[in-house]
Structures are given as C-alpha cells and as structure tokens.
Write a protein that binds this ligand. Structure first.
Ligand SMILES: [Zn+2]
Length: 156
C-alpha cells in the first residue's frame, strides 16, 4: 500500500517533457571553426584502435564527422584518458556528445554519463542538474544548445 502511493507520487512529480541538448554543428562551423577537426582532435589517435590505426585518422585523411564520431563511440572513448578527472565539464560534455554521435541528450543522461566516467573523483565535482543546465543553456564555446524536448513517458 505504502509502496504504491510512493510510486504514484514520484510519477506525478516527473516533468512531462525534458529538454534535450546537442551540439549545434552549424553554429559551430559558422563561428569559423571546423567541427570535423574538433572531432578529429578527440580521437585517441595513437594507433590503439582500428580507426586510428589504419591511417584514416591522419591530419590529411580525416574521416567525416559521423565516421569519426562512430569510431570514438565504439573505440577511442574506452581509452582511460578519454575523460580525465581534470577535464573541464563543458569539454567532458562535448566528448560525451560526440561519443554518442551527437544524439540529443537530456540533462539526466549527461549527468549519468559524467557520473560513471568520474566515479572515482565524483566528490570533487559539482554535477547537479542546476549546474549542468546553467552550463548548457548559457553561451558555451562548444555550441551545445537546447534542441528540443522529449516526452517523459515512453522515453528511451
Ligand atoms: Zn582511436
């Protein structure tokens, strides 16, 4: 009885819609920087993974952004230094987003990725939703912006 009530209450408190965030690659390019190069420079690039190993990731032979994001998601991001404890939060969010092919993410999803990446140093970080929201809704040099909303029911 008590449990059921508890669940009802939790559901009632869930916001109906959650804002999702992504990198605005057009704005990124419009600022005069290359999104392709930005992704390229986050590859592990030391021949540790197949994409970086077979020469596709040389400065002359950059892959397309989506090709490189795929390699980062499947390989480079498992390198231990992909998200170091000293990585600034916005840089870390940028890396998480390219690792997930720049699919729009909720604050909750960003938060849980950061929390698991930084599990050992989490006491040093302030990763509250408020902090993340302020970071991503303010102007940031990575052009991470709110891109829409996702219905809370039936999410994922
Ligand atoms: Zn790699």
């Amino acid at each position: 009885m008590y449990r059921d009530q508890q669940i009802d209450q939790d559901e009632a408190e869930q916001p109906a819609e959650q804002t999702v965030y992504a990198i605005d690659t057009k704005a990124f390019e419009a600022s005069g920087r290359s999104f392709q190069y930005a992704v390229f420079s986050r590859l592990c690039n030391r021949g540790h993974c197949s994409f970086c190993e077979d020469g596709k990731a040389s400065p002359t032979g950059m892959g397309t952004p989506s090709e490189m994001m795929k390699a980062i998601g499947s390989e480079c991001s498992s390198e231990p230094d992909f998200l170091l404890p000293g990585t600034p939060i916005t840089e870390a969010v940028f890396r998480i987003m390219i690792k997930r092919n720049n699919k729009p993410m909720t604050l909750e999803e960003v938060q849980s990725e950061l929390t698991s990446a930084w599990a050992s140093v989490i006491y040093l970080k302030n990763l509250s939703e408020d902090v993340l929201r302020r970071l991503l809704e303010g102007k940031n040099e990575y052009y991470i912006v709110p891109v829409g909303v996702r219905e809370a029911s039936g999410r994922r």
